[in-house]
Design a protein around this ligand. Sequence first.
Ligand SMILES: Cc1cc2nc3c(=O)[nH]c(=O)nc-3n(C[C@H](O)[C@H](O)[C@H](O)COP(=O)(O)O)c2cc1C
Length: 196
Amino acid sequence: MTRPQPTDRITPAELPARIWQELQRATVDRHHEWRTPVLASVDADGLPQARTVVLRRAEADTRALTCFTDARSPKCAELQARPQAALVFWSQRLGWQLRITARAEVDTGGPAVQAAWERVRQSAAASDYLMPRAPGAPLDGAASAPASDQHHLAIVRLQVSGIDWLELHRDGHRRGRWDGSSTDRQAPAGWVWLTP
Ligand SMILES: Cc1cc2nc3c(=O)[nH]c(=O)nc-3n(C[C@H](O)[C@H](O)[C@H](O)COP(=O)(O)O)c2cc1C
């Protein structure tokens, strides 16, 4: 587990703020390795489903992460039926893995979706949300469906309930876990330190 390392090691006291700072940076820096986490959901058969998404927003104050998807995609139906979600991030530069548990809320209409669409429609990603066929629909050889001007953008808001942070470092790996529901008095602000 040897990786290129940052020179200075973060202290446990600094860690929570730094994690949220890196998440926020990833939403604005296309080259940040945390920009494209893996989002896992549970399907109707109780089986895990995982895929890459783009992290669009990270709010430390409310502990919420946001991504966009097509409202017709299987992940939308999965998260609406079972909101338990997980996200995995890895950064070689930081030597940090984050495993996040969250509760998902899917927003498929209304002012927030419309405001997001106004921004997305001016970007290269706009066509992703204007596909006439639903994501995963078979290409059955029929004539291509006519282009649509109806967008299918949905906002997935992930309310973070737990964070498992793992740092790979030549001077010793470290691991910490934050449990948003913890009432443990020995774990200030919900963080406990674990054997990596
Ligand atoms: C780098 C990368 C970024 C992606 N970003 C998104 C995204 O932000 N939203 C999304 O719905 N799908 C995104 N995808 C596609 C998903 O990984 C997935 O293939 C698709 O959404 C269908 O997933 P589902 O069938 O589980 O709903 C991305 C794929 C890659 C490789």
